[in-house]
Design a binder for this molecule. Structure first.
Ligand code: TYM
Length: 328
């Protein structure tokens, strides 16, 4: 089985990225060959400070490895190191429609406060097409992502089918793979919106690099629902979110946790939740610190990864070029 996914190097990773994506990336390494990409060309669809972007790219590589990515088993690489991503992105632009891209909810969310389209970049609009190229180049069977990326994977499937129909069988149609629990972790300060690194308040998220004190404070401040019992349910979005986080990290089911906290109240629950988060992140944080001290090793891993990724991507591109009639 071939697996592909990507994460943007646009600042800190948070618990949502970890529970919705990174954690399953690591588990999937034993089920097939995985390609995990650091999508720097996606990150620049919003302004980035150049030196910071370079730093974020390395630090994301360290985070992938600290979470347990084994560079012998999986291919870890930087998107811009494999030029075929941009090339296939362009070709797919010629079959994707404006209407399709206008329907993307992430684009609508990201531009909702902007008056008129005058200042919205073409790159931000076109973002899902580049993502389709990232995926289709590696002919993956599955694409593990959080729920917010599901619509983009559906568009990818649509574009692959259209290309295959027009030019002949070229791309495998990939399946999206969502976590049963954790596919959509909500903000701690607002359980109706997903946890997000671009949130206006750092109290929205727990960064994977937050220290124990910060984690305790953020969880203590997290919004809860009315009532006193620690229970999940449709009318308890905040508690359901916190219970989901605890459930995934502790491998205890939500009913088990509800039973455990029966009659104990929110303060006791938050205290244990903070301990669980701190303990779960500690090994990753230690490893991350060590890896950040060895940038040359990180660069070497990314170079090897790009080399391996390129060998697959160039093959797919050769076929795609041939199919659409580009002269050899
Ligand atoms: P990005 O960098 O925003 O997020 C990385 C991964 O984390 C997931 N995620 C979440 N999961 C659960 N709860 C949340 N609150 C939460 N927030 C983020 C995302 O769904 C994602 O899986 N477009 C992608 C990157 C990308 C990509 C690709 C992914 C580019 N090319 C090809 C897969 C395949 C993105 O911006 O993810």
């Amino acid at each position: 089985m071939t697996i592909l996914s990507g994460i943007q190097p646009s600042g800190v990773l948070h618990l949502g990225n970890y529970l919705g994506a990174l954690k399953q990336f690591i588990a999937l390494q034993n089920e097939g060959h995985a390609y995990y990409c650091i999508v720097d060309l996606h990150a620049i669809t919003v302004p980035q400070e150049p030196e910071q972007l370079r730093q974020n790219t390395l630090s994301l590589a360290a985070m992938y490895l600290a979470a347990g990515l084994d560079p012998q088993k999986s291919t870890l690489f930087v998107q811009s190191h494999v030029k075929e991503h941009a090339e296939l992105g362009w070709i797919l632009n010629t079959i994707a429609t404006m209407g399709e891209l206008e329907r993307m909810t992430q684009f609508k969310d990201k531009t909702s406060g902007v008056k008129g389209q005058g200042s919205v970049t073409v790159g931000l609009f076109d973002y899902p097409v580049l993502m389709a190229a990232d995926i289709l180049l590696y002919q993956p069977h599955i694409v593990p992502v959080g729920e917010d990326q599901q619509q983009h994977v559906e568009l990818t499937r649509e574009l692959a089918k259209r290309f295959n129909h027009r030019f002949g069988e070229t791309f495998r149609i990939p399946e999206v793979r969502l976590q049963k629990e954790g596919a959509r972790i909500m903000g701690l300060d607002n359980p109706n919106k997903k946890m997000s690194k671009s949130a206006s308040s750092p109290n929205n998220y727990i960064a994977l690099t937050d220290d124990a004190e910060t984690i305790k404070k953020k969880i203590a401040k997290a919004v809860t629902d009315s009532g006193t019992e620690v229970i999940s349910g449709k009318d308890k979005p905040a508690l359901t979110n916190l219970l989901t986080i605890m459930s995934v990290l502790s491998s205890k089911s939500i009913p088990q946790l509800e039973k455990h906290f029966a009659g104990k109240g929110y303060a006791a629950f938050k205290k244990e939740l903070a301990e669980t988060v701190i303990e779960s992140l500690a090994p990753l944080q230690n490893e991350y610190q060590k890896l950040m001290g060895t940038p040359q090793t990180l660069k070497k891993i990314l170079e090897d990864g790009a080399h391996r990724a390129r060998s697959v991507a160039t093959k797919t591109m050769e076929q795609a070029r041939e199919k659409i009639g580009l002269l050899k």
